[in-house]
Every structure is written in C-alpha cells, then in structure tokens.
Design a protein around this ligand. Structure first.
Ligand SMILES: O=C(CO)COP(=O)(O)O
Length: 280
C-alpha cells in the first residue's frame, strides 16, 4: 500500500506590479513586518509568504526582511520577471543569476500583463522558468485562459439570486494545458514550481472568478500528466485574479493559496488574508 502524500505547504503572496513608489514599497514592507510580528508565532508556522516588489526596490526589500528584528516568519522575496540568459550583451535586461546573488527566492513569469504588453509566449516563459530553476530560484508561472468560458447554468435555473454562476471549466483547459506543459517540460521534475492559475478576465476585475469554477480548473491542472508525474509537494497551485480576504475558504479544495494584487495594497487586508489561509 502506498503511503499518503505529505500535505503541500500553504502559500500566499503579493506582487506590487508597478503600482508603488520606492518610498511606498518600503513603508508597505515595514508595516507588514510589524503586523506579522504582532501575531502569535505559531500562527504562521505552516505557511509560506512571498512579496514581489519591482526590480528597483527588490534589494531594499531584501535588506528590510533580513534586518527584521522580530523574525516571526521568513518572507520570501521575489521578482516579477527576468531574462532567460544569465549574463551577456542584453542591454536593459535583468539577470536571473544576479537576482539569485542578491537573495531573490521566487521569480514570477508569464503573467498575463507580460504576455499582453510584451508579447511573451509559452516558449519564452518556459525558457525563463528554466533560467530561474538553474539559478536556484523557484519559478512562479502564471497560467490562465484569456476569455471567460461560457456559463453552463443559465440564471433562470439558479435557485437563489446570489448563487455564483457555473462556468464551463472544460472549455478553459486546452489553453491552460499547453501553458503548463511548456513550462514543466523546461524544468526538471525534482525542482519546485509554483503555478498561479490566473484567469486573464478576472485580473483587475471587481470580483474573482466563481469558486466552483476555480476549484474545478485547479483540480484539473493537478490531474494533468505533467503535474502528476512530479514528486509530491513539488508543484503548488495558487489562485490569482481579484483575490483578497474571504476567498480562500471557498477555494481550499482546489488551491494551496492565493496570489494577490490590488486587494493586498492595504497591509492589514493582506495580513487578514494570510491569517485566513494559515488557519483554514
Ligand atoms: O495579477 C494579479 C496577481 O498577479 C492579480 O491582480 P488583481 O488582484 O489586482 O486582480
């Protein structure tokens, strides 16, 4: 009889994208550290937290995290992108080797905004994921369908007005499968990878995708052969797209945590979300 797989550690993080000034990032991190250090230390024992500031602010954030007088929980610092080569004549690019050298632990790749504004493809994202892994940085790869899938249950079939709409998860899977396969082919199976499922249409929206839909997609991603063949615990799946407090409880059957944007800009809201995930 095979022994049960060890549970995957919960994970939660924020990307500040390009929203914050340098000064605001510094204040944000010191407030976050203060709020976290006020919690009973055991609360955060089983959760990983990460912050992805802009490239310019990253080394300052790393110093703030290192100098934290009350290290309740190690927060993993990360970057929002990097080039796929380590060094050379690539003017203006950011080297994953330099990121590793200064203490970057997570590298976000393939975000919908990188794909949309900078034309990044699955192939480019996969090369970047390989570059992160060979430098000992965990690739956090964003995947997700561009268009909202069709609703399966019409609103007239809903029993209650406030019931969430049921979207056709099957319709989104082919697009997501290609994105996931491209990345996992480029990264050794024994390297840790974080997949952030971020439906593009739910990013920057008023509300996240419906919970039943996210759980269905996340469970399907976990069932992909390229994910199943990886060692237990080495592939964590997050949900991102208008995520915030009150959401994780509804998604816990599908995902290992949340990846926040705007709804973590208030550090108190971020800490509230962290606590919900840590204690769910
Ligand atoms: O893109 C996101 C995280 O990477 C999500 O952003 P929002 O939560 O602001 O929609």
């Amino acid at each position: 009889m095979s022994s049960p797989s060890p549970p995957r550690r919960r994970l939660v993080g924020v990307s500040t994208k390009m929203y914050f000034s340098f000064a605001r990032t510094k204040t944000y991190i010191s407030t976050l550290l203060k709020l976290l250090s006020d919690l009973p230390p055991e609360t955060l024992r089983d959760i990983d937290i990460f912050v992805l500031p802009d490239h310019i602010s990253l080394t300052t954030v790393i110093s703030q995290l290192h100098n934290n007088a009350c290290p309740v929980v190690p927060i993993l610092p990360g970057a929002q992108d990097a080039f796929h080569e380590d060094a050379g004549a690539f003017t203006g690019e950011v080297s994953p080797a330099v990121l590793a050298e200064v203490g970057c632990r997570i590298l976000e790749l393939g975000h919908a905004e990188r794909r949309r504004f900078f034309g990044e493809t699955d192939k480019i994202t996969a090369k970047k994921a390989a570059a992160a892994a060979r430098n000992g940085i965990i690739p956090l790869v964003c995947v997700g369908e561009r268009t909202k899938p069709p609703v399966v249950t019409s609103s007239s079939q809903k029993e209650h007005e406030d019931e969430e709409e049921t979207l056709d998860a099957e319709a989104a899977l082919p697009e997501i499968r290609v994105q996931v396969e491209a990345v996992l082919e480029a990264v050794d199976d024994d390297m840790e990878v974080i997949l952030a499922y971020e439906p593009v249409w739910a990013i920057g929206a008023a509300a996240p995708a419906s919970a039943s839909y996210v759980v269905a997609v996340a469970q399907a991603i976990r069932g992909f052969e390229c994910v199943r063949r990886r060692p237990a615990g080495s592939t964590r799946i997050l949900y991102g797209g208008s995520a915030g407090p009150g959401l994780f409880e509804k998604l816990r059957d599908g995902v290992d945590g949340l990846f926040l944007g705007r709804f973590a800009h208030d550090p108190e809201q971020f800490v509230k979300t962290i606590l919900e995930i840590a204690t769910a």
